[in-house]
Design a protein around this ligand. Structure first.
Ligand code: 5GP
Length: 142
């Protein structure tokens, strides 16, 4: 599954600020931003900045650091949205249904039995922005 990185993928463009994203967290190694086709209100993506297509393309250190940020953002989502459960999803490889070839972790405050279809329908931008503000505020407390 060791795939070649395409620097023109949409998340690479977000990292280079060539296209906008509703960001909730950023540091030297990672970025967290809202999914534009949310499977539930609060659907957030956490990505390492390293050029990696799948989980298996990350070094152990990069993976370990990214999962710490995943946990931090999950805590903030729990607080911000009073989430009773969060689905953590990571699709590695087109064969798994991965549509954007830059490794990312989905945080979906919902149930696996209730969340909407994957990458299917654009969310309401205003609602997404309001939710992001709540998550950002909670991130300052975790
Ligand atoms: P994957 O199928 O690769 O696991 O997930 C890609 C995710 O990226 C999907 O949930 C999809 O809704 C989201 N997505 C696709 N294009 C964009 C975009 O331009 N901006 C943002 N914020 N999310 C996107």
């Amino acid at each position: 599954m060791n795939s070649t990185y395409d620097p023109q993928n949409i998340f690479a463009k977000i990292l280079r600020q060539e296209i906008p994203a509703i960001k909730v967290y950023e540091d030297e190694q990672t970025l967290a931003f809202m999914d534009i086709m949310p499977q539930a209100n609060g659907h957030t993506l956490v990505i390492p900045k390293a050029e990696a297509v799948t989980l298996l393309d990350l070094s152990a250190e990069q993976a370990a650091y990214t999962i710490q940020i995943v946990q931090k953002v999950a805590r903030a989502i729990e607080i911000a949205l009073d989430a009773q459960g969060i689905v953590l999803m990571q699709l590695s490889g087109e064969a798994a249904g991965q549509t954007v070839p830059h490794v990312h972790f989905h945080l979906i405050p919902s149930s696996i039995h209730e969340m909407r279809q994957h990458a299917a329908q654009a969310g309401d931008p205003e609602e997404i922005k309001q939710t992001a503000l709540k998550i950002k505020a909670a991130l300052e407390r975790v």
